[in-house]
Design a protein around this ligand. Structure first.
Ligand code: HPA
Length: 274
């Protein structure tokens, strides 16, 4: 595994040509349009990257993009790997290990999620304050490589407080409505039954989705600072639950994404980094 990570990081370093950013961004379902804000792009399709899994789900085109956002160098992943696609947790989180090998310090993540909090509306952006992991497999299960992180990582600041404060401030200054809450990560691929949405609400969740938690766990193991957002694309609120399709999720995500992109861009602008 260490060898594979190194090989992929070396390949990306060579292909990047120039400076490697200290910020990486993982773009979720229907949230790929942030890449239009990135300038001076240098793109690498996943299929050209050694050891990288291939993205299979509709709406994820699958490439790494180097470029500039908010005046800083960034590395964006357009298309992520989901556990429900059949990838192992090691495959789902492999790109984050490669980011670690590239010395990336900040990880920004976006996803589409169903809202369980009754004050949420479709199209809201939720700043993830914390998560609950209900995936059936843990990405750090198995041998721990000291080079990658400690055996028992702390998760008390999994979504970095300072980054969250910056994002909240930017949203406030620009009158962008921002919700706050706990993201429940679940394997999918089914959306939840009404009883399951209710269960996730009872255990403390505000939104639920099928991604993010594995990558954020590995990013924390790797010592990165994480900032993550959910776009609320459907509601799992008793009395407001309607049939939901992947197309609805993509549509709702599309509408909300410029606001999320703006917040991300402004946070990046304010980071003290190269
Ligand atoms: N549940 C799980 N994942 C999702 C949802 C949902 O309601 N909406 C978007 N991704």
């Amino acid at each position: 595994m260490l060898q594979k990570i190194k090989e992929t990081a070396d390949f990306i370093r060579n292909r990047a040509g120039g400076e490697i950013p200290s910020i990486a961004i993982i773009l979720g379902t229907g949230l790929g349009e942030l890449v239009y804000e990135i300038s001076d792009k240098n793109e690498i399709p996943y299929q050209e990257i050694p050891n990288f899994p291939l993205s299979t789900v509709e709406g994820h085109s699958g490439k790494l993009i180097f470029g500039k956002l908010g005046g800083k160098n960034v590395l964006a992943m357009q298309g992520r790997f989901h556990y429900y696609e059949g990838y192992s947790m090691q495959e789902v989180t492999f790109p984050v290990r490669v980011f670690q090998a590239l010395n990336i310090k900040y990880l920004f993540v976006s996803n589409a999620a169903g809202g369980m909090n009754s004050s949420f509306e479709i199209g809201d952006i939720m700043l993830i304050e914390d998560h609950i992991n209900t995936f059936p497999e843990h990405p750090l299960r198995g041998k721990n490589y000291k080079e990658l992180g400690v055996r028992f990582p702390d998760m008390s600041n999994a979504y970095d407080k300072d980054l969250r404060r910056m994002a909240a401030q930017i949203a406030k200054e620009n009158s962008i409505k921002l919700q706050y809450g706990v993201y429940v990560g679940t394997q999918g691929p089914t959306f939840e039954t009404p009883a399951e949405y209710n269960w996730f609400r009872i255990i403390g969740g505000d939104a639920v989705g099928m991604s993010t938690v594995p990558e954020v766990i590995v990013a924390n193991h790797a010592g990165m600072k994480v900032l993550a957002f959910s776009i609320i694309t459907d509601l799992g609120v008793i009395g407001k639950i309607v049939e939901v399709t992947h197309e609805d999720v993509q549509e709702a995500a599309k509408i909300a994404q410029p606001k999320m992109a703006y917040i991300m861009q402004e946070v990046i602008k304010n980071l003290v980094t190269g």
